[in-house]
Design a protein around this ligand. Structure first.
Ligand SMILES: [Fe+2]
Length: 304
């Protein structure tokens, strides 16, 4: 059974236990999530001017659209205010900033009616983020920039929280993908030939859960949840922001959500920044994770 909690005011230690058990937390907009959304809106509206960003796909060519995203997305990811605002969000959510680390936020675009579903607007098929070399304790934070609806949001395929799914994650190595695949994303047109971790058997999409927060409303869920981009039939492009967190206590013991079926190598651990001073994860821990063969092994670290 998976439970969705709304605006539940609990400490982060308590909440993480729930999240590692497959529960999902949803929060109403806060001052910091609203500010992060506003930053994204300002940047999107400038980039797509004179068009409404959610409608721009109906007015510009795929090639021009891709050019705009190629500039817009990195500009948002690396905008200096993003890190500050994420720190504020974590603080509002009662996280221990000394122990919680985050990565830079991504700006996602899910266009409608298969206008663009590859490369910079890749439509994620059902997957667990843990198939992509993340630690089992990774948590995903997701918020819509503009209004979303049931046919342009994301879906959780909850059956697979406690059922393994045959997949190709053993062929995935984050370091290799980062060196080769991400650069190639800019050159993808209508089709995407990058090697992604994917299911190797038919996925039972139902039962599925679609949560529709208001703009700036926040969802937090385990990276081990099977989830996907909903086929967008709304006529409007969905813009959303997501970022990830890990807690140093769980990293030290490689604990978190159960690993049912992930066998990837490599690690994303070098991407996370500590909430207080934006420093990277300590080198000894990074090295221990880089030497792991599978994410189910223990890194044998007791301190962070
Ligand atoms: Fe994902």
């Amino acid at each position: 059974m998976n439970i969705v909690f709304f605006d539940k005011n609990v400490g982060d230690d308590f909440r993480r236990e729930d999240l590692y058990a497959g529960q999902i937390y949803v929060y109403s907009p806060t001052p910091a999530t609203t500010a992060l959304c506003q930053l994204a809106r300002d940047m999107c509206e400038e980039a797509f001017a004179p068009h409404d960003p959610a409608e721009a796909q109906h007015h510009v060519s795929v090639e021009r659209y891709t050019e705009i995203l190629k500039t817009l997305k990195p500009a948002f990811i690396h905008h200096p205010r993003c890190k500050e605002l994420i720190r504020q969000i974590l603080d509002e959510m009662r996280c221990d900033l000394e122990r919680v680390c985050f990565d830079v936020p991504r700006l996602r675009t899910a266009t409608s009616d298969e206008y663009l579903t590859s490369g910079l607007a890749y439509a994620f098929k059902p997957h667990r983020d843990t198939w992509y070399s993340t630690p089992q304790c990774q948590l995903n934070w997701w918020l819509p920039v503009y209004e979303v609806q049931a046919d342009n949001c994301m879906a959780f395929h909850t059956h697979y929280w406690n059922h393994p799914l045959k997949n190709s994650s053993e062929e995935f190595n984050y370091q290799d993908w980062n060196n080769v695949g991400r650069k190639a994303a800019h050159n993808q047109g209508k089709s995407d030939t990058r090697r992604q971790s994917e299911a190797l058997e038919p996925v039972k999409l139902d039962p599925q859960l679609r949560i529709v927060p208001e703009p700036g409303g926040l969802m937090i869920f385990s990276a081990a949840h099977l989830h996907s981009t909903v086929p967008n039939t709304s006529g409007r492009t969905r813009f959303s922001i997501d970022f990830r967190t890990v807690h140093l206590d769980e990293l030290a013991t490689n604990s978190g959500a159960p690993n049912l079926d992930s066998a990837c190598t490599g690690t994303t651990i070098g991407d996370y920044l500590r909430g207080t001073d934006f420093s990277h994860i300590p080198e000894a821990m990074r090295n221990a994770y880089e030497n792991l063969q599978t994410s189910s092994s223990a890194p044998n670290l007791t301190t962070a």
